[in-house]
Design a protein around this ligand. Structure first.
Ligand code: ADP
Length: 791
């Protein structure tokens, strides 16, 4: 089955033409596409070539010397460039060979179609020609037959009519014969023609047409062969897996293989090698601890009453943080991996980093915890040192000589009665709640010791204070069995513990090395709280209530100033200041100190009872009856007391009628030494809080400079108060107005009935320049002379 047998019909002929048209179209499409492919491949190759040029331009090349990655990259770039060149070559080949071939095939195909069509046309024309020839001959045959029939009927007609002769008959006969011959000839020609065209048609149909179609099939197949070659070439020149490409690919692979991570930085390390980093040294700047009297030491935590709470809180905080950090390290909280299949990038080392960070944090916290713990442990049973220095203030004791040594060991043993602090009270070396600042003043020689009580965080603690390399304070430790100890053995009573510590000559703690040598006994001032029976409240002081009281031992009536338990230590220390000052003085016009009660809270100052109460109240109450003579005597008493104080270099700083007491026979006694200072000159630097402005001399107000001549100024006001019978100085003026007026030269006028001499004395006391004021011995002389005169 082929073209020759199967495609003879007219529709086949038309289909074959259409097929050829389609193939020609396809060739056109192929040529167009391949042209575009060639163009694209060339452009691609050009772009790749130029990018490889760029890729090989490496910035900061010098920093990458010796890098295997760089070498590999360059080789890869070269290889990619090679690939681009090959692609371009293949594109050139497609253009030169394939596209060219298609163009040729295309024109041949068109030519072949044309020839085929021409031959077909010719053949059809042949068939048409034969048909036309036969039809023409047939028409001629029919015409001649008609003529023959006409001539024959004419002849037969003449023949009958003329009687078989005549010229007309001859003519008709001749025409008849001629027509007959023509018919016969035409008949023969027709017969011959039919035979010939039949033969011809047969030949054209059975021979010529099959041969034509057969040739067409061969032509078509030949075309397909060429076409196949074209397709083959397309495939060939689009093949990127050829040996050449593979060779390039192998080169690239080799370049990649030459990258060895472990060797990559060898040259770099060699070139940039440096010494290992030296540690940053954090050194305590010793200049910082300048002038802190050894309380702050470089690189050493300061554990004292100012820092202990902070240290403990800090320790707790740090321990909590440390624990949390340790737990975090043990059970790290990392975000769960979303995709367990995915390879974890080396950049994703957050776990490791977190672990290192936690380790670092743990070390930091641990170090701080260790340092604080060590510092607190080092303290052991020692009481906290004081953070501030009070050595500038005078001592409660008169002098070191006051410290009397124990009379003997027997004292301790005989007084040892049991476990409780009640028994301790009987020990003369037990000083009750005497503030530490006072205790420190009592312990002056190495080995001096005493026992006292303190309260810390509402807890009562017994403290052994020793003079040893400064002062050491050891808290008596209580064992769960209720025994007492320091570092060594335990004892059922504190007395036994102290006795052991003293007699054994062993250090209280190995760290301190403190050895007990001389027990310091209570002074006669140190009364037992229980020796005083409070009777009734008679006044109210700055630190607490004032009571009339009775001494148990001798039934003497006394006045007792109490200090509120709730006041801070600093205030208690100030409260005792008055006792510290007063105990040195013995003068009829100075209120007498009987003792201090520091065995337990509340601490108290016991003084002689001056029954008339404060001078100010007395003056006001008795204004109508007070005589000038009495007033002068009051002035004389006060002057006598102040003369005494001046001789002792004591500056009262708060001399006023409210601070004087009135005793039997209206004797005036100077009291309230809470602000007093034993100095010739005292400079106040901590502000002017609670200063009695209207009683205070200008230089003290303006410069904080206090001398006995300031007390002289106040004495002038006191005289004014006495003669005004309890009047308010500078009445109607505020403190600042009074100050301004005084600075401007104003002085109060004399109260009614003031003797001129007294007013003159007042004015002298109020001289602006302190040096111009009289001293108390002069004042006393003036007042005494006057009071004599008024007798
Ligand atoms: P403070 O110094 O704490 O302010 P004061 O010395 O002013 O206390 O005393 C307050 C009040 O207590 C005085 O005004 C006075 O009435 C009374 N008072 C103080 N001391 C005695 C005493 N020795 N005898 C009698 N009464 C006194």
């Amino acid at each position: 089955m082929g073209f020759s047998t199967s495609l003879q019909g007219q529709s086949s002929h038309e289909a074959l033409l259409a097929r050829q048209d389609a193939e020609i179209k396809l060739l056109e499409t192929m040529r167009r596409c391949l042209t575009i492919k060639v163009k694209s491949d060339r452009e691609y190759a050009t772009t790749i070539s130029s990018l490889t040029m760029q890729g090989k331009k490496i910035e900061r090349n010098e920093d990458l010397v010796g890098s295997l990655v760089v070498q590999s990259w360059r080789d890869i770039m070269d290889s990619i460039d090679q690939t681009a060149k090959l692609i371009k070559q293949q594109a050139d080949s497609i253009e030169a060979i394939v596209v060219e071939h298609i163009t040729t095939l295309y024109s041949e195909r068109r030519r072949a179609r044309k020839i085929y069509q021409e031959e077909q046309t010719w053949l059809n024309n042949q068939f048409q020609q034969l048909t036309d020839d036969v039809a023409r001959k047939k028409l001629e045959y029919q015409k001649n037959l008609e003529m023959y029939k006409l001539m024959r009927s004419r002849f037969e007609e003449h023949y009958v009519k003329s009687g078989r002769v005549g010229r007309k008959l001859d003519e008709v006969r001749e025409k008849y014969q001629k027509a007959c011959r023509k018919l016969h000839l035409t008949h023969n020609e027709y017969v011959l023609l039919l035979g010939a065209v039949t033969e011809c048609e047969h030949d054209l149909r059975t021979c010529y047409l099959p041969s034509l179609l057969h040739r067409q099939q061969a032509i078509h197949q030949e075309f397909i062969t060429s076409w196949k070659t074209i397709l083959q070439d397309i495939v060939k020149y689009s093949d990127f897996t050829t040996d050449k490409f593979q060779e390039i690919h192998r080169r690239m692979q080799k370049a990649v293989d030459s990258v060895k991570p472990v060797e990559e930085y060898r040259d770099f390390i060699g070139k940039h090698r440096t010494r290992p980093a030296s540690p940053i040294r954090f050194i305590f700047d010793e200049n910082l601890v300048d002038d802190t009297s050894g309380k702050l030491l470089p690189n050493k935590l300061t554990v004292d009453n100012l820092t202990i709470d902070w240290l403990r809180n800090r320790l707790t905080e740090l321990e909590t943080s440390l624990k949390a950090t340790q737990q975090n390290r043990q059970n790290p909280q990392y975000p769960s991996e979303n995709n367990s299949d995915s390879k974890i990038s080396i950049l994703d080392y957050s776990r490791e980093r977190e672990e290192l960070r936690l380790r670092c944090q743990e070390k930091r916290l641990q170090r701080q915890v260790d340092v604080i713990r060590a510092a607190l442990n080092e303290l052991g049973c020692e009481e906290l040192p004081l953070g501030y220095d009070l050595s500038m203030e005078s001592s409660f004791t008169d002098s070191p000589s006051i410290s009397k040594a124990f009379r003997g060991i027997s004292h301790l043993t005989t007084n040892q009665k049991g476990n409780g602090n009640g028994d301790l009270m009987e020990e003369e070396w037990f000083h009750g709640v005497l503030p530490r600042e006072e205790v420190v003043r009592l312990l002056v020689t190495e080995g001096d010791f005493l026992v006292r009580e303190t309260t810390r965080n509402d807890e009562c603690q017994i403290v052994l204070s020793v003079c040893w390399d400064g002062h050491k304070h050891f808290i008596v430790q209580t064992t769960p069995e209720g025994h007492y100890r320091f570092e060594g053995p335990t004892f059922p009573s504190i007395q036994e513990l102290i006795r052991h510590q003293w007699l054994s000559g062993l250090p209280v703690t190995s760290r301190s090395g403190a050895i007990l040598k001389t027990p310091i006994l209570r002074e006669r001032w140190e009364l037992n709280n229980d020796d005083v029976i409070l009777l009734e409240k008679i006044g109210r002081g700055n630190f607490g209530d004032v009571y009339k009281a009775q001494l148990k031992t001798c039934k003497t009536e006394v006045a007792v100033k109490t200090c509120k338990v709730t006041l801070p230590d600093e205030q208690k220390r100030k409260f005792l200041q008055e006792g510290r000052i007063l105990k040195q003085y013995d003068h009829p016009n100075i209120v007498k100190l009987i003792g201090i009660c520091v065995q337990k809270q509340p601490i108290m100052i016991v003084m002689e009872l001056v029954p008339g109460g404060s001078l100010l109240t007395y003056l006001r109450k008795n204004a109508s009856t007070i005589t000038q003579q009495e007033q002068l005597r009051m002035c004389k008493d006060a002057a006598a007391g102040m003369r005494y104080l001046e001789s002792k270099y004591c500056i009262h700083r708060d001399l006023a009628a409210r601070n004087c007491l009135v005793g039997y026979e209206s004797i005036v006694k100077i009291s309230d030494f809470g602000m007093s200072r034993e100095e010739e000159e005292y400079i106040v630097s901590d502000g002017m809080k609670q200063i009695p402005i209207k009683w205070t001399a200008p230089e003290a107000l303006n410069f904080g400079k206090y001398t006995s001549l300031c007390d002289v100024w106040s004495y002038g006001i006191l005289m004014w108060e006495i003669f005004s019978k309890g009047g308010n100085p500078y009445s109607g003026m505020s403190n600042s107005q009074a100050r301004e007026k005084i600075d401007a030269g104003y002085r109060m006028p004399a109260p009614e009935n003031t003797p001129d001499e007294i007013y003159r004395l007042m004015l002298r006391c109020w001289e602006y320049e302190p040096e111009k004021r009289p001293h108390f011995d002069q004042i006393f002389t003036v007042v005494e002379t006057l009071s004599q005169a008024y007798l």
